[in-house]
Design a protein around this ligand. Structure first.
Ligand code: NAI
Ligand code: MG
Length: 495
């Protein structure tokens, strides 16, 4: 029976209430426990999610282990076709998934949530088409020996995902893992369990049972046992640096490979010859103000040449001021809410710290006036100017709608300032001069560098950071080959 899109997200969460998805079935937690999931725009409970623990992890991993043998034995292109088919079916659910993720995450439907739902579908189609690329090599080792390599699946993959872009971040783990012949157990983020559960439910129409399983639950109670489980042979994690370290330590005990996509404090350098219109639009987009700045690649450090600084700042403030904050499900809304109270308190704490540190606080846009949204997690976007490079707001990841603007005189000074960070995820440079652009791309310490634009994660482009921003790449062929397979060397002696 085919699953029809359900456009009312309030109705849909009731269907998914209190369930994991294991072995193709929606099942409750073994301990019978659930936890509340809130709509961050109203503070009201929308439904409950199953609170998974080590027992649920055990069931899901053993099912995934059992399913992996048959899955890996299928021809690679057959697996690819099934994963691509998931993408095509998910295309029919873009509106449904967009609404659902807007409800549980507080991200505005028009500017963020619907866009994310369509990229999700595209990622599955993209990776499905890469199955034939799981190729090995022949090696001219010895004329009397045929020497070759093959790409083998790793086994059961544990995928731990965050709440800021749950659909996309799940897709860039699940799609390549499955195509490469692994099976997967996903642990969803506490605040956004439903949309990813729905995606897995939709995918069950195509995938064999047990190949993709999803658990909801808390980090230490459910994510911890997943990482530690003896039959999980690879972990792919996106989230905070602190939790990334915990995951890495636990994986080290088992000596299994780990991919970590952690935070950022990404610089954007605006040179004196930059196209100001484009750079300002790039700052608003790059800072992800419409996602409340909740992005690991957010251009949260904006470095502007002194010649353009004042005009840039006044035009940036004016532009951010036009963004409308409101109900995430309203088509008119540009900016929704912060994910939860803890994150809102953290962001507001940084805004206070910034002012105490002596930076000039420019608070923009207006809080929504609708009384229904009075308890929502709304935070007005803030652009800090006159920021000192050693200020906490300049160095720590805020993960909220808070940008810091710095003034520089020379190119060298800008590069030095840009690289003076513990992080190295993304960077952009805005200039019309080819030499400046090329020199900057060479010198910037980041995994994802762009000139005169500020795109988000794209299929086919390796994505991942250096320094504290993480380990490994995602979203590309390289990510599938390097992070979801191991290479086997085979030698045939022909003498
Ligand atoms: P977190 O890193 O604690 O959570 C991310 C995921 O890890 C969630 O699914 C969580 O349940 C899981 N997790 C937590 N503890 C775990 C453990 N001991 N073992 C296994 N899994 C565990 O992030 P949180 O607390 O939601 O946000 C805190 C900060 O993290 C944010 O302010 C932001 O700076 C950063 N962050 C970065 C993201 C990124 O895209 N790089 C995404 C989300 C948060
Ligand atoms: Mg946490």
């Amino acid at each position: 029976m085919s699953i029809e899109p359900v456009l009312d997200p309030h109705k849909l969460v009731k269907e998914l209430d209190g369930r994991h998805l294991i072995n193709g079935e929606l099942v409750p937690a073994k301990n019978g426990k659930n936890f509340d999931v809130l709509n961050p725009a109203t503070g009201k409970v929308i439904a409950q999610a199953a609170e998974g623990d080590a027992d649920d992890v055990d069931v899901a991993v053993s099912i995934a282990k059992k399913a992996q043998k048959d899955w890996a034995n299928r021809p690679a292109r057959e697996r690819g076709k099934l994963v691509a088919e998931c993408g095509r079916i998910l295309t029919q659910h873009v509106e449904e998934l967009g609404r659902l993720v807007a409800l549980e995450s507080g991200k505005a439907l028009r500017t963020e949530s619907r866009v994310e739902a369509s990229v999700l579908a595209d990622m599955f189609v993209f990776f499905g088409g890469l199955a034939s690329e799981l190729k090995g090599e022949t090696i001219p080792f010895n004329p009397n020996m045929m020497t070759l390599t093959t790409r083998e699946p790793i086994g059961v993959v544990g995928a731990i995902i965050p709440w800021n872009v749950p659909l996309l971040l799940m897709a860039i783990k699940v799609a390549p893992a499955l195509v490469a012949g692994n099976t997967v157990v996903v642990k969803s983020a506490e605040d956004t369990p439903f949309t990813v559960l729905r995606v897995c439910q939709i995918m069950q129409q195509v995938l064999p049972k047990g190949v993709l399983n999803i658990l909801s639950g808390f980090g230490p109670g459910c994510g911890g046992p997943l990482v530690a489980h003896k039959d999980v042979k690879k972990v792919s994690f996106t989230g905070s640096v602190e939790t990334g370290r915990t995951v890495y330590r636990a994986a080290a005990e088992k000596l299994i490979p780990v991919t970590l996509e952690l935070g950022g404090k990404s610089p954007m350098i605006v040179m004196d010859d930059a196209d100001l219109d484009k750079a300002i639009a790039g700052a608003v987009g790059g800072m992800r103000f419409t996602r409340q700045g909740q992005s690991c690649t957010a251009s949260s450090r904006i470095l502007v040449h002194e010649k353009l600084h004042d005009e840039f700042v006044s035009r940036l403030l004016a532009k951010v001021n036009t963004l409308k904050m409101g109900d995430p499900l309203d088509e008119e809304t540009d900016i929704g809410t912060i994910i939860n109270r803890k994150q809102r308190d953290k962001v507001c704490g940084y805004i206070e710290i910034g002012a105490q540190e002596g930076a000039t606080k420019n608070e923009l846009s207006a809080l929504p006036s609708d009384p229904k949204l009075a308890d929502g997690m709304f935070v007005r976007p803030v652009v800090f100017t006159d920021v000192k490079p050693d200020a906490r707001i300049a160095r720590e990841e805020i993960f909220g709608p808070v940008a810091c603007v710095f003034k520089f005189k020379t190119f060298d000074e800008a590069i030095e300032l840009a690289n003076d960070s513990d992080f190295g995820l993304a960077a952009t440079v805005w200039t019309k001069d080819l030499k400046t652009a090329l020199t900057a791309t060479k010198r910037l310490e980041a995994g994802f560098v762009q000139v005169n634009q500020n795109l988000v994660v794209q299929p086919n482009l390796s994505y991942g950071g250096v320094k504290l921003s993480g380990l490994g790449k995602e979203a590309s062929l390289e990510s599938m080959l390097e992070h979801f397979t191991h290479k086997k060397t085979i030698i045939l002696n022909m003498e």
